[in-house]
Design a protein around this ligand. Sequence first.
Ligand code: ATP
Length: 266
Amino acid sequence: KTSEVTDATEVTGATYEDIGGMDEELRRVREMVELPLSNPALFRRLGIDPPKGVLLYGPPGTGKTLIAKAVANEVNAHFVSVSGPEVMSKYKGESEERLREIFNEASENAPSIIFFDEVDSLGGKRDDESDMENRLVAQMLSLMDGLESRGEIVVIGATNRVDAIDPALRRGGRFDREIEIGAPDAAGRREILEVHTRGMPLTDDVSIDRLAATTHGFVGADLHALVTEAAMAALRRARDAGSNDEELLSVEVTREDFNTAMASVE
Ligand code: ATP
């Protein structure tokens, strides 16, 4: 359920199937986000407030945006995506107005997820020097406090620097749940590689297990880039060998293509 109301609205086709590894992290996100959106009455019955804000933190490229999009899509919630730095710079004098618009759009289209990427840039620690940041944090606090505790809108913030976030934004009723989205281990990398090679014609000598074992330190975005590079290497190899367009259609990605890709992404 998406609309063209603002440029911040994106069509999200992501599903849980697109996320590799992170079973436990995803389980926690679903627990905190799905129920308040899909069945807020449950919380009312128990007499507790549904979560309003969830903070996903961890290094870049680990899938924070992907998770937020997938949850929105799976529960059929309206998805409004905002980048902290963009609100700060592009809308300069109108940043506060812009924040209000975003929350309005979300409530008009509820159930909604508001996704704040790089939320630390917006809600950075307040100090005397940055007047604009002070005003934005204040605006953010008032908008989140103003969300009625009815569920139906969940704000997901993503950050690489959880400590840079103003403590007031992390208090109860705001971003009061935190989930670490860390770099994947070998098992996680294998699952991510499986997601990205799903439907890709691979020769038998390609071992996903071996790739997972040799990509220590790679996050999801790196693995996606690796797989893309390997496919491009396969195409290049076939073209260099003089394949015509029809022959290119039957090209397969080989272990050697992955080696080529490794050399280019490292
Ligand atoms: P940033 O902090 O830089 O915004 P992020 O944590 O939000 O990064 P995403 O933008 O979600 O990362 O990830 C970028 C891309 O990397 C995704 O679109 C996807 O292709 C791939 N990716 C990242 N993590 C995963 C994962 N766990 N499973 C599958 N693909 C992943």
